[in-house]
Ligand binder design. Structure first.
Ligand code: FFO
Ligand code: ATP
Length: 188
């Protein structure tokens, strides 16, 4: 647990560098492929309310999905946790913590019992579904709480960040599915 921290810090640095050195065309094309795999998947077609994210630091851009007829939820960082607000294309956004776009604080809140699917941003995922994030622990805390534990989760990464094995911590909870530009990978 203690020794995995420097490994995670270095891995995060390398993978973020790799992601941010993609050119615009490559980023757009791979993001488009990720969106089309998601759109064709049954967790997506069956879901009414989906939690997602606004792309930051060249994360896969899912914005092509947001015109689909779903209730879309986006996070706001409040203290150590995430609040989820309804947002539709055309609604206002603002720049929140860490420089990430977020819905306005007055946008309607989404409760856990309304949520069918969570699209989880990641720096990397492994073939067991474990995830490396930015180190804030936001999704680890969310997914460890009783009301969120059983929600279907899809980690979203480019293929170069889909790895055989990430260092894990006691609190890490594996995701159910990972989606890259080559398709969906179901965890055992
Ligand atoms: N698009 C998107 N939105 C998201 C997340 C995400 O991963 N992607 N989050 C997922 O959780 C939350 C934001 N989490 C974040 C956590 C840390 C840093 C960050 O910049 N950390 C510093 C290091 C801070 C430290 O080590 O103490 C850094 O990386 O430089 C950014 C976002 C909510 N919104
Ligand atoms: N279930 C939890 N309860 C309380 N604290 C937690 C929990 N999960 C993680 N943390 C705290 O969050 C910190 C960051 O965790 P970690 O390095 O795994 O984040 P990450 O998954 O990379 O980040 P993020 O989820 O924000 O993208 C840890 O140091 C830990 O103290």
């Amino acid at each position: 647990m203690v020794i995995s921290q420097p490994v995670k810090v270095e891995l995060r640095r390398l993978l973020l560098h790799k992601r941010q050195s993609m050119n615009l065309k490559e980023w757009q094309e791979k993001s488009r492929l990720i969106c089309s795999h998601l759109q064709a998947s049954s967790p997506f077609t069956q879901a009414k309310t989906i939690l997602t994210y606004f792309s930051f630091r060249q994360e896969p851009d899912l914005s092509a999905l947001f015109t689909a007829k779903k209730n879309w939820g986006f996070p706001r960082c409040i203290n150590q946790s995430l609040n989820w607000h309804l947002w539709h294309p055309g609604n206002d956004t603002r720049i929140g913590d860490y420089g990430i776009l977020e819905p306005l604080p007055c946008a309607p809140l989404i409760k856990a019992n309304e949520v069918d699917l969570i699209l989880v941003p990641a720096v990397a995922c492994d073939i067991r579904g474990y995830r490396l994030g930015y180190g804030g622990g936001f999704y680890d805390r969310l997914l460890s709480s009783a009301e969120w534990k059983s929600k279907p989760t899809i980690g979203i990464v480019f293929d170069f960040a889909y790895l055989p094995q990430l260092p894990i911590e006691t609190w890490d909870i594996p995701l159910h599915i990972v989606c890259t530009e080559t398709g969906l990978k179901m965890m055992q």
